[in-house]
Design a binder for this molecule. Structure first.
Ligand SMILES: NC(=O)c1ccc[n+]([C@@H]2O[C@H](COP(=O)([O-])OP(=O)(O)OC[C@H]3O[C@@H](n4cnc5c(N)ncnc54)[C@H](O)[C@@H]3O)[C@@H](O)[C@H]2O)c1
Length: 293
């Protein structure tokens, strides 16, 4: 018995990297999986099928609204329903802000923001329809954010904006879709996939650390998938939350939260605000995800 028996899930960008590991784990736990990617989706499907699981491929870009709809249709047509979507597909186009081109900015927002919108809208449309028809079930959205989108990162003006959006789309979907039985959360992963291993020397450092760590590779992309499996499950109580995850670490974020405030009946002058706010701390300590080797 798998933890996800009877569940039907879609994973985007699952031809490689984290998405592939997520699709493999969901299938190993009993879910039937729609595997999307612009390339390599069928390879993941073949591996799932060879291991005794059930999966089908939908190739195409997540930024295309009709591909989002095709993924939902494939789930319903092949497996009879849809319970979980994992918005994972994406890429980086890093550049310093003053050198960032319009194409670099637009393409990153297109894949992460519009891609997440496209599949989520198609799935939500189907789920709201099912709920209105009296077919209640636990439905789950898992978005993929990043430390860059939660804390900022130089060279990633485009990606930080897109990933902050991916986290907030989960928070807002959780609020809006609660009455239809839909949960939504986001994960901020760290793992040694292609884009990360492009950093010179990092691959060697990871390999040495894994050796020192009794063979456990804290950068193995497969470390991320169990949290996605948990969040996709019918018994998961979480919604509207953002999690950090790497190696053996899982964390629950506290979102934007007012730490200091002042209220009065009436408008402040600049001088009065100076007198009041000058006494405040100029930054609030936050706990970032520690990248562990
Ligand atoms: N690896 C990390 O440490 C890390 C950290 C934070 C966030 N993320 C996020 O995790 C997700 C997966 O990244 P990864 O590290 O596995 O990278 P990856 O490059 O290994 O995998 C991304 C996959 O998405 C696919 N893809 C790209 N554009 C697509 C599109 N338009 N439509 C469909 N598929 C598309 C690619 O073909 C690829 O298979 C991304 O959203 C990334 O931003 C990764």
């Amino acid at each position: 018995m798998g933890k996800l028996d009877g569940r039907v899930a879609v994973v985007t960008g699952a031809g490689g990297g984290l998405g592939r590991e997520e699709a493999l784990l969901l299938a190993a736990e009993g879910a039937q999986v729609v595997v999307n990617d612009i390339k390599g989706a069928q390879n993941t499907v073949d591996d799932i099928t060879a291991a005794g699981g059930r999966a089908v491929a939908v190739e195409g870009s997540v930024s295309d609204l009709s591909v989002g709809e095709a993924m939902v249709e494939a789930a319903v047509q092949h497996f009879g329903d849809l319970h979980a979507i994992v918005n994972n597909a994406g890429f980086i186009r890093d550049a310093l802000l003053v050198k960032m081109t319009e194409e670099q900015f637009d393409s990153v927002l297109e894949v992460h923001l519009k891609g997440t919108f496209a599949l989520t809208r198609a799935a939500a449309t189907y789920w709201v329809g099912r709920a209105k028809a009296g077919e209640a079930a636990d439905r789950s959205i898992v978005n993929t954010t990043s430390g860059a989108g939660l804390h900022g990162n130089p060279g990633q003006f485009n990606y930080s904006a897109a990933k902050a959006g991916a986290a907030m789309m989960a928070v807002t979907a959780a609020i809006e879709l609660k009455k239809f039985g839909v949960r939504a959360n986001a994960i901020a992963p760290v793992a040694g996939t292609g884009p990360v291993l492009a950093t010179p020397g990092l691959g060697d450092m990871i390999a040495k650390a894994a050796e020192a760590n009794g063979g456990f590779d804290s950068f193995d992309p497969a470390n991320i998938a169990p949290l996605v499996g948990y969040l996709a499950g019918a018994d998961c109580p979480f919604t509207g939350q953002v999690f950090s995850v790497q190696g053996g670490h899982v964390g629950l974020y506290q979102g934007w939260s007012i730490e200091h405030e002042v209220d009065r009946k009436g408008r402040w002058t600049v001088e009065e605000l100076s007198a009041e706010l000058d006494a405040w701390p100029t930054r609030i300590k936050v706990n970032r995800q520690k990248v562990a080797l």
